[in-house]
Ligand binder design. Structure first.
Ligand SMILES: [Zn+2]
Ligand SMILES: [Zn+2]
Length: 304
């Protein structure tokens, strides 16, 4: 299978701790890298991850809270120092545009590349990125400020060639693409070899949803139905349900309920409150509702 991975750079919440970095992660799909949120220190984490981060051409910012975007100007500046010339697309809630360009004008004089701002309407579900191998769609969330998540969906690939059958029937290399695209093979004597004998099915299509930050949204399970991997914030446990309500965050139980109701493949919990010295309590809480749950951790890599 082609790579589809999530690299966690930071999974803490707003208050800094020595345990976690602020929110940011890299979604790697096939040969592309996408940065999702860019909390303070993101560029140091990118260095640590050894990802070739100059390859990042698209950055998605979920909302304008500092723990999700304070690292952006630093990263933009560094990419300039590294001699970047390719344009960089920044997708973020529309209010960010003037602030971002004011920062760039103040701190990044003579930047050698273009930063292209793409304003997001966080209240609608919309495809904001699309290429040959994937699409990215916004997921409206319910937070204290305009906020959306992101749904990464890969596009279907072609079936796999059965090399043994190709050799057995002596099918020339020039026909491989046609066979992949569904063609049957006709032998010289007129016998037809059905396509199904020449290929094995394509890999199933995978998808990844990033949902941080948000209050519990029961209706999210409709939008996320069947998603392969879900990252859902779980700032608190049920012990702090009142704070979750008050600050428009979720508990681990609520994240797991969304995962269960949406019938996702696996759940990654993140955006942990500084009050937890040990998040295993959050994991246990989630697992009692949805068994295939994991804790995010800096430098962890999850296969979607
Ligand atoms: Zn946050
Ligand atoms: Zn927030």
């Amino acid at each position: 299978m082609l790579p589809f991975r999530v690299h966690i750079l930071g999974c803490g919440s707003a208050l800094p701790t020595l345990r976690h970095h602020a929110s940011s992660q890299v979604v790697e799909i096939r040969d592309k890298l996408f940065l999702v949120d860019c909390g303070e220190g993101c560029q140091m984490q990118l260095r640590r991850s050894r990802l070739g981060f100059t390859k990042i051409n698209n950055i998605f910012i979920s909302h304008l809270h500092g723990d999700h975007c304070f690292g952006l100007i630093g990263l933009i500046s560094t990419l300039g120092m590294l001699g970047r010339t390719a344009p960089l697309n920044v997708y973020a809630p529309s209010d960010f545009e003037s602030m971002l360009y004011a920062q760039i004008n103040t701190f990044c004089g003579g930047l050698g590349y273009e930063v292209r701002f793409v304003p997001l309407d966080t209240e609608v579900k919309k495809i904001i990125y699309d290429d040959r191998s994937l699409s990215v769609e916004t997921i409206p969330l319910n937070h204290r400020v305009p906020c959306c998540g992101f749904l990464f969906k890969e596009k279907p690939t072609l079936p796999h060639i059965r090399r043994d059958m190709i050799d057995y029937y002596g099918i020339p290399e020039s026909q491989i693409n046609n066979i992949k695209n569904g063609m049957d093979w006709v032998m010289e004597d007129g016998d037809v070899i059905p396509n199904s004998r020449l290929v094995t099915p394509a890999d199933p299509v995978r998808s990844y949803a990033y949902c941080s930050d948000t209050k519990y949204m029961p209706q999210l399970s409709q939008v996320l139905r069947g998603v392969t991997t879900l990252y859902h914030e779980s700032t608190y446990g049920e012990d702090n349900k009142k704070n979750a309500e008050k600050y428009y965050h979720s508990t681990a139980s609520q994240a797991a309920t969304v995962a269960r109701d949406a019938n996702v493949g696996q759940l990654i919990l993140g955006h942990f409150s500084a009050r937890y010295n040990d998040e295993s309590i959050l994991l246990e809480e989630a697992k009692s509702i949805f068994a295939n749950a994991f804790l995010a951790k800096e430098m962890a890599i999850f296969n979607v």
